[in-house]
Design a protein around this ligand. Structure first.
Ligand code: FES
Ligand code: MG
Length: 575
């Protein structure tokens, strides 16, 4: 192509061109009031913004974007902010996960099709992080992440309360009459009292920590509350750094090496992060071309101790974590077990970046050799019930239920569960195992966060707070309990979960990584032959496409045709 490309920046193929095409690219940018010298010859930095009023957790992102822009201008770059599909976990139906891959497609195509030399990803609410990182990984430009930050601690009746985690507790108390309707409503505004994402170590915080652990952010940014002015300062610094990264051509694939994924898995275990990380990290790895398997989460993570005392595994919140020193303290504590042959966005390893970290609150962050809980990471179990695996977050489970045998109480769908759970006739006791089907990637579709089914009222009234639960669904990162998730293959495609019947005995043996349906092989075969899939009834549109192309959970639930990357080249002109 004809252009004035002297330094290899891809934006020159737009703004540096001579003739008609260059005229068109420049002329229409000028209609926004930019004089030529403001963008010609400068690295063009895309700011991928997930601001939306339907994503409350990212509601402050127009302001954050402005601080990123200030940094980009200061460093001699030219920012162009653009919107992508934004997913608000609490609002969008039937589940944000259904649209993660669609959002990732909007990100990938928006980055590749536009004249960006590098991109800044503004991420916050749960799915807005993986969708942006997945899309960016498939283009492979220099990329940096600004996590939007958690809300301030919730404050209610003199106590700190955390997003999600306390909702599940209040809901149980409200159902059993321990909490009044007035208090229940008052707690709404007390829980969410500032801009930002969930304040617990739920999926959003987990994803922010994941980005910092992978090396995709400036050090120390993930825990900073959304409304803390230091979030804006680091947004500004991020803008400055991405301009240098564009010049250095430090690509996302230089950062996302196998070692970076190993670090992310170990750090997730130490912070008590969400099981949702598994799906997203598997999907990101498959995009960038790193060989990561479900087993890696167990091999690398299950022996790691819990160092961070945050809900839902512990008692504090993200604001406390930041004041205690945040993720750099955890990284420093773990330096012996982390890979150091990785680089982060500033060119140094995360371990090197954390050398000077100090722990300001030992109640919130524990030392590696005297942790809050031993061996607390995610465990992957297998057995005839889940030949391709199922996962459990041990740090959020009840110890004595990790080895258990009990009778299955089966719900065919989540609607079936809702209809019958509080039926006084339901045959269920403290030894029962709740089984939910048809809630996997294809079956729902979209693999919703319903795996942590609330217990029946009559069980709660006995003072019992946990039962073993098994499903092909996901669970909110803010939830807790002895919950087996992501059973693969899922029931809707004829995985063995589909064949469980009421009264079957199930063996749970987490120390030996076993989840077994105690029936003979012959019986399993007979049930398989008699099994008929549910008619899901999706005949058109995105849901149909999703069901046809989504991979199973143990592969990350991406679309089969989105695995891998296509790079940043666009060979054809638009006119
Ligand atoms: Fe957005 Fe929890 S709902 S982060
Ligand atoms: Mg969530």
């Amino acid at each position: 192509m004809e252009n004035d490309n002297k330094d290899g920046l891809r934006s020159r193929d737009w703004f540096g061109k001579t003739g008609k095409d260059g005229f068109i690219y420049r002329s229409w940018i000028k209609n926004q009031g930019y004089p030529a010298h403001q963008f010609k010859g400068k690295p063009v930095i895309g700011i991928c913004n997930t601001w939306s009023e339907t994503t409350p957790c990212n509601g402050h992102f127009r302001e954050i974007a402005q601080f990123v822009k200030n940094g980009i201008y200061e460093a001699g770059g030219f920012p162009l902010e653009f919107p992508v599909m934004s997913l608000g976990e609490t609002i969008i139906r039937p589940t944000a996960m259904l649209y993660r891959n669609l959002a990732a497609m909007t990100v990938e195509e928006s980055i590749r099709g536009n004249p960006f030399d590098a991109v800044v990803l503004l991420t916050g609410c749960d799915k807005t992080t993986p969708s942006l990182v997945m899309g960016a990984a498939s283009v492979d430009l220099p990329t940096i992440v600004v996590p939007g930050g958690p809300m301030l601690n919730g404050k209610f009746q003199g106590k700190d309360i955390g997003s999600g985690t306390d909702v599940w507790k209040f809901a149980d108390d409200f159902r059993t009459g321990k909490m009044s309707a007035e208090d229940f409503e008052e707690a709404e505004a007390c829980m969410s009292r500032s801009a930002g994402h969930c304040s617990t170590m739920g999926t959003a915080s987990t994803m922010a920590v994941m980005c910092e652990a992978l090396g995709l952010t400036l050090p120390g940014i993930s825990a900073i509350p959304a409304v803390d002015s230091r979030k804006k300062m680091l947004a500004h610094m991020t803008g400055m750094r991405i301009v240098e990264m564009a010049k250095e051509n430090l690509k996302i694939s230089d950062i996302l090496t196998k070692g970076a994924f190993e670090n992310a898995i170990k750090i997730n275990a130490a912070v008590g992060g969400s099981t949702n990380l598994i799906l997203h990290l598997l999907a990101i790895a498959a995009r960038i071309g790193v060989d990561l398997k479900l087993e890696d989460f167990d091999d690398l993570g299950s022996k790691i101790p819990l160092l961070v005392n945050l809900m839902p595994s512990g008692k504090f919140l993200m604001e406390d974590f930041y004041y205690a020193g945040g993720l750099p303290v955890v990284i420093k504590e773990m330096s012996e077990v982390l890979r150091k042959d990785t680089i982060s966005v500033n060119g140094k390893s995360i371990v090197e970046n954390s050398e000077k970290a100090r722990n300001w609150n030992p109640e919130v962050i524990f030392p590696y050799n005297n942790p809050l809980k031993e061996e607390a990471g995610i465990t992957v179990v297998r057995g005839n019930l889940c030949p391709d695996g199922s996962v459990i977050k041990v740090s959020a489970a009840t110890d004595k239920l990790l080895t258990h045998r009990g009778k299955a109480v089966v719900f065919e769908t989540i609607e079936d569960y809702h209809a019958r759970i509080d039926d006084p006739e339901l045959d269920i006791d403290e030894n029962s195992i709740m089984v939910l089907k048809n809630s996997g990637p294809k079956g729902y579709p979209g693999m919703p966060e319903v795996g942590s089914m609330a217990l029946p009222k009559k069980i709660l009234e006995k003072g019992i707070t946990d039962l073993v639960r098994i499903s092909d669904a996901r669970m909110s990162g803010t939830a807790f309990g002895t919950v087996f998730l992501h059973v693969s293959p899922e029931s809707a495609v004829g995985g063995p979960l589909a064949f469980v019947q009421n009264g079957d005995m199930i063996t749970v043996d987490v120390p030996n990584k076993i989840l077994n349906l105690d029936i003979s092989e012959e019986e399993m075969e007979t049930r398989r032959k008699n099994w008929k899939p549910l008619d899901l009834g999706y005949v058109r549109g995105y849901a149909k496409m999703y069901i046809e192309s989504v991979n199973q959970a143990h592969l990350g639930a991406d679309f089969d045709y989105l695995v891998g990357k296509s790079g940043s080249k666009v060979n054809r002109e638009s006119h």
